[in-house]
Design a protein around this ligand. Structure first.
Ligand code: CTP
Length: 394
């Protein structure tokens, strides 16, 4: 989605300036064209040559540089840009952007940009928390800036708190989201993802191979398209997506409780989680010791969350399920669509190459009451977009 997009990256002078190199490289790998502007202070931290090399074009630092390719470079760059990104944005740059100062190349060009704007602040925790900075951030948000908030952690100055530049992937999601079509704008979407874990004792649990990748991809795509997304996630190795509320759960019972608490207010619910159908009837407080004999475990049914949602569906809500099958894919999926009162089911066959758990690709058949569409092998990100397209049609 960033292919051939013109990204104007403004790097200001903080220690996180070095992370702008990785951001540039990530954006280039995604097919974007990147031009970099640096404040004078930023070039104390990283040499412009680094960005020249990464982007293949000359980094702009000095407003009065006689080597500019065109006479009024700040205007031509501003016109060229599809999106303006300030990363890292120092407290000083945020203040300049708020008050419309134009005393160097970065601030002058920013003022001339009419394209969407993203800022990823990074600074000391006290500078971030200072009411001056907070008011500037609030003003910029009101004017349509997308602020990718700093993360918490240990800061370069030795303090601990909020102020570290957001993860590169989160900044990329922010850029994608501000450029994307906003056809889900204002819609509340609840997505479940990942496996659940059902404990036997303090050491062991029953679970499945779900990686959560498909559900997370749907959550990210929905955020990009303007939805207000809540992700209820079982344990996965994935980072929580940016700009989305993520609720972490372990068991099917916890997932059910989290979902039930907010399901009524949602416009769309997509159950991509691989929820356990059974859990151990009793959970041993102490570790179960082995003996010489065989061991059998009594299991009981968990609640079927999707069936509950189908039975309690408010008018106008759209309910989407997943079906992972190893045989009779379409018959089983059609049956689940009807039995669980769904509007759409995404079926995949664990036996098909490139489909199912763990991998980065999927082969989905989307089945509604009226239509069946088998998608070719594609990335889980792409499959997420196609699924949301079908949801919108419905
Ligand atoms: N699901 C759920 N709660 C459960 C089990 C499953 O909400 N306790 C949801 C899944 O998130 C998925 C859909 O139901 O969207 C299909 O799950 P699956 O396990 O294939 O379906 P079952 O109806 O349990 O059928 P079976 O295991 O017999 O295939």
């Amino acid at each position: 989605m960033l292919k051939d997009k013109h990204i104007l990256l403004a790097v200001s002078g903080g220690i996180a300036a070095y992370k702008a190199c990785e951001l540039t490289s990530t954006l280039m790998k995604k097919g974007a064209e990147v031009r970099v502007m640096m404040t004078e202070n930023a070039s104390e931290f990283v040499r412009p040559l680094t960005f020249d090399t990464l982007t293949g074009s000359r980094t702009v630092t000095d407003q009065f540089d006689r080597l500019h390719e065109v006479a009024v470079e700040h205007i031509s760059l501003a016109d060229w840009a599809d999106v303006f990104v300030a990363a890292p944005a120092t407290a000083n740059l945020l203040a300049k952007l708020t008050y419309g100062l134009a005393d160097d190349m970065v601030s002058t060009t920013a003022l001339a940009c009419s394209c969407p704007k993203v800022a990823a602040p990074a600074m000391n925790v006290h500078m971030w928390e200072n009411p001056a900075t907070q008011e500037n951030v609030a003003t910029l948000k009101k004017r349509g800036f997308l602020i990718v908030e700093p993360a918490e952690g240990r800061l370069a100055c030795g303090d601990t708190g909020k102020g570290r530049l957001a993860e590169i992937d989160d900044i990329v999601v922010g850029i994608e989201s501000i450029l994307a079509k906003k056809d889900l704008s204002g819609k509340k979407i609840l997505i479940s993802a990942g496996p659940t874990r059902e404990s036997l004792d303090p050491v062991r649990f029953i679970s499945n191979h779900s990686s959560g990748k498909q559900g997370y991809a749907i959550a990210k795509a929905a955020v990009r398209r303007g939805a207000k997304v809540t992700l209820v996630s079982g344990p996965t190795a994935l980072d929580p997506p940016a700009l989305c509320r993520t609720i972490h759960v372990n068991t099917a019972r916890e997932m059910f409780a989290s979902i039930r608490a907010i399901s009524e207010s949602q416009d769309i619910i997509i159950m991509a989680a691989a929820v356990a159908d059974y859990r151990p009837k009793e959970v041993s407080i102490d570790k179960i010791k082995k003996t010489g004999a065989d061991f059998s475990l009594a299991l009981e049914r968990t609640d079927d969350i999707l069936s509950y949602l189908g039975e309690h569906k408010p008018a106008g809500q759209l309910l989407v399920g997943f079906a992972m099958e190893s045989e009779s894919l379409l018959e089983n999926a059609r049956e689940k669509l009807k039995k669980k009162n769904l509007d759409l089911i995404a079926a995949n066959n664990i036996r098909v190459e490139g489909a199912g758990f763990q991998g980065d690709t999927n082969v989905l058949t989307l089945i509604s009451k009226k239509e069946e569409k088998t998608l070719p092998l594609m990335s889980k990100d792409e499959a997420a977009e196609r699924l949301l397209d079908m949801v919108l049609q419905l």
